[in-house]
Unconditional design. Structure first.
Length: 1026
């Protein structure tokens, strides 16, 4: 039986036209290599941007999709339709608005209670969405085949696909159908593999950003439903909703002004008489109000919706631009070497030094046939051009994409949402972080724990000792001079408070300790004028009229020392008014300082009874009176430091990053908090310029500011303009500045990296930022810094790994071609190397997690080259080992290992691939000798390595016909593994070589070094072999 099978096999092999098959294989390799060379020339000719790229990684594009139309079977139950509402607001039609009965009339037709809002029941919300649409735009999405078509548009792939389609006809003319299928099927499958890998990578990236788009667009807006103020997602707002607006908010939909004070939308004042119209996208720059939503989604005046994520993939991050420059430089070096090899081989051929398999001269002038000359020259060109295939490190851009995508996903888990991809890279370069205090280093869980009337401290539950007249004035001031609200559910006794943390703390204290009745107070008073709180004034005021006696009163609330400066008298707890002379002023100032030194925020209340002339002054546009007030009382609000902030601050110090706290609090509160968090040392104070007030810094000359800015650790009583000024000064001093903020849009824009707060941050601040800290915690800021450094480190690891592959393959093929005109690594094999190493290799190294060591180094300078001396040391060590051992196999493999001539190329290819797999472990640590530390925690890395090994086994053992290879025995596999495993001790020895820190500051030096090393080595090897 065995003899029969053997005979059949011999007859089958005899029927094959092997020279013809080799001819077609060579033609395919030539076609692939020539096209790849053309791509390399085109890539190297691209113009590079000489200026740093600081624009966002994406542009915003959002395409609306139609809202659901009312069903014919379910007609709208509202007395007004969508087009009437839309036209009413879009056209600013006051006449039609009056015909509806004003804003209250429109609310009535929409079945909205202007005080309690809509019911918010699921059926009610569904009816409104069915009748008027939903407040949502579907972002543009691209299916998988869109990316397939994008990849197929590549000229190289189009030519290869056309050739693959034609080659079966050509092949079957000279061979049987079966042999023709192999000739055409191999390149066709290779091209298909390239298309699928590229398309999957791009599709996955787009899918990641679609998810990020949905998360970033999910903004919370305060609405009133069933009389309860509650936050809901912007997409869930419906027509008829009552929306609460305050400074820093962005109007979420078109609507009408219900009530409020001093509201300014953009640069336009909004009021109930002349201009009650509000349009989506406008920013609230002053005041507060409630609005009635009239149009949502694509029915709004603006048919586009700003999104938090951009989607223009043509924009590059700074690191991607630097990598393109590196790739371009290496490509030029490779093309120069390729040309040199081509010239040397042609000279050898023409000078009759090239011999065929029978050791006869291939070229004899006047005797060699023309067809033979053409085939020989084609072979020479194929051998030379094949070298270019492996030189160009096309995997670098993919490595950046994979690293950024993976890190962005992991950062979301760590409470940081990346809005601009370039921020992922730049945060790791930060030398200074300017942070706020409230909610960032503190917990933002405020509670009133101290209370004084006059200079008497009032203990908890002892307010009965205070004069009723004084208590009523305090209740009046708290109730009416606030942007917060109180809701008491009918089913329970627990009150619910809304507003800023400070407002909620004061309202909660007033309800529980002062027995404040908000509804009763509002019924008996009329608010005439309001001056809202902002971060510059540090106070808010209200002018009210009592309906009982028509008296007019002024109430102010704000930072204690500022309110105190506006007072000329004070009430004691018995209700007696006393003069606030110099001695009393000093006592109050001491009380405020002692309270602040204990990490309390001190808030004061003041009052004044004014004449009716105040109403006339208001009509003349004058501000509320703010002098000669009477101090009502003070409260101390405790906001403890967040757990873990002190260690996060210390981590930043260890990483060489300076932390500066910029706050609106007074010097005593700020100093206590900064010392508690580790931002300020105990010996630091105003005397050594570590603490400065915003006004003092502002009044300095530009030269003085520049000389002081690096010494400042804490800035107190600062405004957003002061923070902006500090950022500008730090940047002038060469710092890379990161800024955290809640309502500091100018500073966030000016900074190299803007970090807005996800909970307390305003919509405007979030739109101006690069990264949103979802939990408002400084510890998350430190984690972002660590992740960003990890991104840069992982990309450096892959650059070292990729260039090791490129240099080793280049030199192996170069020496082999010049010495024997034979290529050990064929075009198909090199394509396999690129697919496996560029894709899976990049993914494996991009999944490395941040380590403690990353935060023990100084920040990387922006101008530092991507290829450091340490990386060059590792690269050269591994490349030399691989070149020496594989060339030894190429030149003396038959004698050393006893392998056949047919098996030797497979042995070299297999050993080369396994060397890269083992070197992937070395690349995990650029400087540390123990490359296995923490590897058990990265199961994804181990899984990818396993997949790479399995794919290589399949390639060698089951796809040998595809790659023109032979199967290997167990012994030969053992030889390959042994050769590859030796790269581990080689890597350990190489890392023992001391390496001085690089002194150059220009990335071009590194590029020049790479070109010089590769070029010089190539010329030297060519000369020696020739």
């Amino acid at each position: 039986m065995t003899s029969i099978l053997s005979g059949d096999l011999i007859r089958h092999e005899a029927s094959l036209d092997l020279p013809a098959m080799r001819k077609f294989a060579k033609q395919w390799r030539l076609a692939f290599a020539a096209i790849y060379c053309a791509r390399a020339l085109a890539a190297s000719a691209k113009k590079t941007n000489k200026f740093p790229i600081t624009s966002p990684s994406y542009t915003l594009i959002s395409i609306p999709y139609p809202a659901p139309s009312p069903s014919p079977d379910q007609p709208s139950s509202f007395q007004i339709d969508r087009s009437q509402l839309t036209g009413l607001v879009k056209d600013k039609d006051l006449i039609r608005l009056r015909e509806f009965g004003g804003v209250n009339g429109v609310a009535s037709t929409l079945k909205t209670d202007v005080s309690d809002g809509i019911s918010g029941e699921p059926d009610d919300v569904a009816d409104r969405q069915n009748a008027f649409g939903i407040n949502k735009y579907k972002p543009p999405t691209n299916g998988f085949f869109h990316f397939v078509f994008e990849v197929v548009k590549d000229l190289t792939l189009m030519i290869l696909l056309v050739c693959a389609g034609l080659s079966p006809r050509i092949a079957t003319k000279e061979n049987r159908v079966k042999e023709g299928w192999y000739d055409s099927g191999s390149p066709f499958f290779a091209v298909l593999l390239v298309i699928m890998v590229s398309a999957v990578s791009k599709y996955r990236q787009n899918w990641q950003f679609d998810k990020l788009y949905g998360t970033s667009s999910s903004i919370l807006i305060d609405v009133i439903r069933k009389g309860r103020r509650q936050p809901i997602e912007i997409f869930k707002i419906v027509v008829g909703d009552v929306v609460c607006l305050k400074i820093g908010d962005q109007v979420p939909a078109d609507g009408l002004f219900l009530d409020g004070h001093s509201l300014q939308s953009g640069h336009v004042e909004v009021n109930s008489n002349q201009n009650p119209f509000l349009f989506s996208g406008a920013n609230v720059v002053d005041g507060y109000a409630r609005m009635l939503v009239t149009s949502v989604g694509m029915n709004r005046r603006w048919g586009e919706m700003t999104s938090s994520i951009s989607r223009d993939s043509n924009k590059q991050t700074p690191l991607q631009a630097r990598l393109d420059k590196l790739t371009s430089s290496i490509s030029k070096v490779g093309l120069a070497v390729n040309f040199l090899v081509l010239v040397v081989l042609l000279i050898r051929y023409c000078t009759r030094k090239k011999q065929d398999e029978n050791r006869n001269r291939e070229f004899i002038l006047g005797q060699t046939m023309g067809d033979h000359i053409i085939n020989s020259v084609v072979g020479i060109i194929t051998a030379a051009v094949t070298i270019v295939v492996v030189v160009i490190p096309e995997g670098l851009p993919l490595a950046v994409t994979l690293t950024l995508a993976y890190s962005t996903k992991r950062m979301m888990v760590d409470q940081a949402m990346v809005r601009k991809l370039s921020a992922c890279e730049i945060v790791g370069l930060a030398t200074t972080i300017c942070t706020g205090k409230t909610g960032t280093v503190t917990m933002n869980q405020m509670k009133v724990t101290k209370f004084w009337v006059g200079q008497d401290s009032i203990a908890e539950n002892t307010c009965s000792s205070i004069s009723k007249f004084v208590l009523d004035l305090i209740r009046e001031g708290v109730t009416l001079n606030t942007t917060g609200s109180v809701y008491k559910p009918s089913s329970g006794l627990e009150y619910e408070f809304s507003g800023s943390p400070t407002e909620k703390a004061i309202l909660s204290w007033a309800v529980s300790q002062l027995s404040m009745d908000i509804e009763e107070t509002k019924k008996t008073r009329e608010v005439i004028q309001v001056e809202t709180f902002n971060s510059q004034k540090k106070r808010s005021g209200v002018l009210i009229k009592k309906r009982v006696d028509d008296t007019i009163h002024v109430h102010w609330k704000g930072a204690a020392e500022m309110i105190l400066a506006m007072c000329s008298s004070f009430y004691d707890k018995s209700g007696i008014v006393k003069d606030l002379d110099e001695n009393e002023m000093v006592r109050f100032e001491q009380l405020i300082q002692e309270t602040a030194a204990s990490s309390f925020r001190c808030i004061a209340f003041a009052h004044k009874l004014v004449s009716e002339e105040a109403t006339k002054e208001r009509e003349d546009g004058k501000k509320i009176q703010e002098d000669r007030l009477t101090l009502l009382g003070l409260v101390g609000i405790k906001d403890p430091c967040r757990p873990g902030v002190k260690s996060a601050v210390q981590t930043c110090w260890d990483a060489g990053v300076n932390i500066k706290m910029i706050t609106g609090d007074n010097i005593f509160t700020a100093k206590a908090i900064a010392a508690e968090c580790g931002i300020l040392m105990p010996e630091d104070d105003a005397s050594n310029e570590a603490i400065v007030e915003g006004a003092e810094f502002r009044s300095c000359t530009p030269e003085q500011r520049l000389s002081r800015v690096e010494k400042i650790q804490v800035m107190v009583r600062s405004s957003p303009s002061d923070k902006l000024l500090m950022v500008q000064c730090l940047k002038q001093k060469g710092h890379v500045v990161a800024v955290t903020g809640t309502n500091d849009a100018p500073a966030l824009k000016e900074a190299d990296i803007g970090l807005s707060m996800g909970i307390q941050g305003t919509k405007v601040a979030k739109e101006s930022s690069d990264i949103v800290i979802l939990d408002d915690n400084f510890a998350s800021v430190a984690r972002v810094l660590q992740w960003s450094r990890c991104v840069y480190d992982n990309i450096q690891k892959f650059i070292q790994f990729q260039l090791t592959v490129n240099v080793a393959a280049l030199l192996i093929n170069l020496v082999a071609v010049v010495s024997s005109s034979d290529v050990p690594l064929t075009a198909v094999q090199l394509l396999w190397v690129n697919l496996i190493m560029d894709t899976l290799g990049a993914f494996a190294l991009s999944t490395e997690w941040p380590t403690r060591e990353l935060m023990e180094k100084a920040p990387v300078d922006r101008t530092e080259p991507l290829m450091t001396n340490v990386m060059w040391r590792n690269l050269v060590g591994q490349a030399i080992y691989q070149v020496v051992i594989l060339l030894t196999l190429q030149l003396n493999g038959e004698w050393i290992f006893g392998v056949d001539e047919e098996v030797k190329p497979t042995l070299i290819f297999n050993a080369f691939i396994l060397c890269q797999v083992f070197n992937e472990f070395n690349a995990r640590k650029l400087e540390k000798k123990n490359v296995f530390k923490g590897i058990h925690e990265n199961k994804l890395f181990l899984g990818i390595i396993f997949v790479m090994v399995v794919l290589q086994v399949v390639m060698v053992e089951f796809l040998k016909r595809f790659a023109v290879m032979e199967r290997l025995s167990w012994r030969q596999w053992g030889v390959c593994v042994g050769i590859a495993a030796t790269s581990w001790p080689i890597g350990w020895v190489v890392k023992c070589i001391p390496q001085e820190a690089r002194e150059e500051n220009c990335a071009e030096d590194s590029l020049l070094s790479s070109g010089t090393i590769i070029g010089f080595s190539s010329i030297l090897l060519i000369v020696l072999v020739y």
